[in-house]
Design a protein around this ligand. Sequence first.
Ligand SMILES: NC(=O)c1ccc[n+]([C@@H]2O[C@H](COP(=O)([O-])OP(=O)(O)OC[C@H]3O[C@@H](n4cnc5c(N)ncnc54)[C@H](O)[C@@H]3O)[C@@H](O)[C@H]2O)c1
Length: 284
Amino acid sequence: MERIAIVGSGVVGKATGKGLSKLGHDVVFVDTDPNVRQRLDHEGYKAVEADALAQVRPSMSMICVPTPNDHLGRQDLTSLEAALAEIGRLLPPEAGYHLVVIRCTVLPMVSEQCVIPALEHASGGRAGRDFGVCMNPEFLREATAEDDFLHPRLVVIGQLDRRSGDLLEKVYKPLCRQNDTPIVRTDLRTAEMVKYTHNLFNAAKISFANEIWLLSRELGIGGNQVMALVAASAEGMWNPRYGTRGGSPYDGSCLPKDVAALANFVRDMDYSAPMIEATLQINE
Ligand SMILES: NC(=O)c1ccc[n+]([C@@H]2O[C@H](COP(=O)([O-])OP(=O)(O)OC[C@H]3O[C@@H](n4cnc5c(N)ncnc54)[C@H](O)[C@@H]3O)[C@@H](O)[C@H]2O)c1
């Protein structure tokens, strides 16, 4: 069992730490907010300030701090940078090998261009030699966070190197065995991209449903029923890989024909349906 520091004990941190604690790991929560630490303490968990981590000597840190957007809508890494500086101080090469796991949602290349340089700078050590790095995106839903952590549908481990990924896989193995959940190992930037694409995929589906709902309303049709029936048919396609390959799947005797016909039908109504137009443009 590992001694694991959860750095940032909000929705994701609590679900992760409480879940790992249930699996038998020795978990210590870290948070800058004293109220958060106090609540966890009352629940019987160890919760400390970052400064106390040096005495705790965890073998692994999981970073779950916020990555909000700034006022221009760009990702703000201030909390992540602060957490990396705190953890980096734990990692002087003589302290032994340590695995740093990024659980926050970070844009592609952040692990390589921000996380690793910051940890090397703060610790004086070298990634891959003195410490490992994984990017392990979280797909939980806020309302059911703790339960979702314990019943994942997929675990994605973006790894700097094999040693990092092996260590994290060992932590997830019992959970994934219980739930029959696949563990997929990939590189850091793919794991980062998977998380954003996952959210964009959901956002695009919602946008599509909203567009269909509006268009249906224009036609005097109940859009909710249309989307419910489409979700039942298209989401449960016989081939689960359908539409997941880049380059060529927009083909066959039906898709281009039917999308073009619907696009022209909508244009003739003098109605704007940007998702339908974008579908044509992107696939052209
Ligand atoms: N909330 C979700 O449903 C969800 C799901 C998947 C991924 N995510 C991602 O996970 C990350 C964390 O999100 P969250 O919802 O758990 O955030 P949150 O706001 O609930 O919790 C973050 C916690 O980190 C603490 N913190 C901030 N800076 C810190 C520091 N330097 N050191 C220690 N603690 C610090 C805060 O006090 C807070 O308690 C974000 O990148 C988010 O996008 C969130």
